[in-house]
Unconditional design. Structure first.
Length: 325
C-alpha cells in the first residue's frame, strides 16, 4: 500500500470512533429550513422576542429558521404539534415554561401529551419576574407591612389575576400559602381589567409585569413592594426581592426553546451553544434587559428547574385544595 493511502486509512480509522457517534443528520445540521412553533397570538411579546433569535440563528447556521404562530387551547395546540413532530431538530417550540407548567396543572388528564416528558429543553433566552403591586391609598411601603396587615385582617384584602390557572394565580396562591395570609381572589378577563381594578382600589394587590405595569408605578397609581426573583431585577433595581421578607418565595417565568423528546443530543447541544452565544451579543442583550434577564442555562439544568417548579405547584394544589376549573 502506498504511503499516502496508508495515512488516509489510518486517519479514517482514528476518526471513526469520534464521527461514528455523531449521526450524519446531526453532524451537518441544519441542511434545510427549521420551523419554530410559537403557541401564542402573532405580534405578541413571545413572537417578537422569538424573531430576534430565529433571525440570528438563520444568519449563524446558514439555514432559515422560520416562526409559525399556532395559538389556541391555552397553548396546547402549538405545543402538541411539536410533541408529535419528528425528533430531527427541524421542528422546535418557543414558549414560556410557565405556560407549559400551568397547562399541565389545569389540563391534567385531558392532554394527549406530557410536556415535561415529551419535550426536550434546548435553551432559555431570558427569564422574568413579577412585581407585587398594591394601591397606594393602602399606605404600605414594604412587603412586610402588607403581609402583617393581611395576617391581622383575614379576608380583608384581595388580589386580581387573569383567571384561575394563570401563572399569576398560582404565584398569588403560593404567596398566600407561604405568608399564612387569607387574601381573596378576584379574577378578571384580561390583564387590563385586572390592573385597573387595583388602580381603582377595588382590589388590593396584583402580581404584575415590570414591563406592562411600570408606568403605573412611575405615575404613582401603584406601589411596588417587591419582586418575585431571588434578587432585584434590571427594570426595577431599587425594588427588593420578596424572598428577603418571605424566605424561599420566588416565581420566575422563562422563555425557552424546546425540541421533541429524543432529538439527538448533538443537535440540542449545538443549538444551546449557538443561542448562548447569541445572548452575549450587545444588541440582543440590550433588548433582553428591557424585558427581563438573559438566560444561558444547560438543557439538563433547565429540565431540572422545570421539574422542581412543577412539583412545587402540584404540592400547593394538593395542600391547599385549589380548584382549577
Amino acid at each position: 500500500m502506498k504511503k499516502r493511502n496508508l495515512v488516509a486509512v489510518l486517519t479514517a480509522a482514528f476518526l471513526a470512533p469520534m464521527t461514528g457517534a455523531l449521526p450524519a443528520h446531526a453532524a451537518n445540521y441544519p441542511t434545510k429550513p427549521v420551523t419554530v412553533i410559537v403557541p401564542f397570538d402573532p405580534g405578541g411579546p413571545v413572537e417578537i422576542m422569538g424573531r430576534i433569535f430565529v433571525d440570528k440563528l438563520s444568519h449563524r447556521l446558514g439555514q432559515q429558521f422560520l416562526i409559525e404562530t399556532k395559538p389556541g387551547a391555552s397553548t396546547a395546540i402549538g405545543t402538541e404539534q411539536v410533541v408529535r413532530a419528528k425528533n430531527d431538530g427541524y421542528t422546535l417550540l418557543y414558549t414560556s415554561v410557565s405556560s407549559l407548567i400551568t397547562l399541565e396543572l389545569t389540563k391534567k388528564g385531558q392532554l394527549s401529551f406530557d410536556a415535561a416528558r415529551d419535550l426536550a429543553p434546548v435553551a432559555t433566552t431570558h427569564t422574568g419576574a413579577y412585581v407585587l403591586y398594591v394601591n397606594p391609598s393602602l399606605g404600605f411601603k414594604t412587603a412586610k407591612q402588607f403581609i402583617d396587615a393581611a395576617k391581622a385582617k383575614p379576608g380583608e384584602y384581595s388580589y386580581s389575576s387573569t383567571g384561575i390557572g394563570a401563572h399569576t394565580y398560582f404565584t398569588s396562591e403560593l404567596f398566600k400559602n407561604m405568608t399564612g395570609t387569607d387574601i381573596l381572589h378576584i379574577p378578571y378577563k384580561g390583564t387590563g381589567p385586572a390592573t385597573q381594578a387595583v388602580v381603582a382600589n377595588e382590589v388590593s394587590m396584583i402580581f404584575g409585569s415590570p414591563v406592562l405595569h411600570q408606568q403605573y408605578g412611575k405615575t404613582g397609581q401603584l406601589t411596588a413592594l417587591g419582586v418575585t426573583s431571588p434578587k432585584p431585577i434590571s427594570q426595577l433595581p431599587d425594588i427588593p426581592s420578596l424572598g428577603d421578607t418571605v424566605p424561599g418565595f420566588q416565581s420566575i417565568y422563562a422563555f425557552t426553546f424546546f425540541a421533541p423528546k429524543d432529538t439527538p443530543k448533538e443537535i440540542v447541544d449545538r443549538l444551546n451553544a449557538e443561542i448562548n452565544q447569541i445572548l452575549e451579543l450587545p444588541d440582543v442583550k440590550q433588548k433582553i434587559l428591557a424585558v427581563g434577564e438573559p438566560g444561558g442555562s444547560s438543557p439538563e439544568q433547565m429540565k431540572a428547574d422545570m421539574a422542581t417548579e412543577l412539583r412545587t405547584l402540584e404540592q400547593l394544589v394538593e395542600k391547599v385544595g385549589l380548584k382549577l376549573e
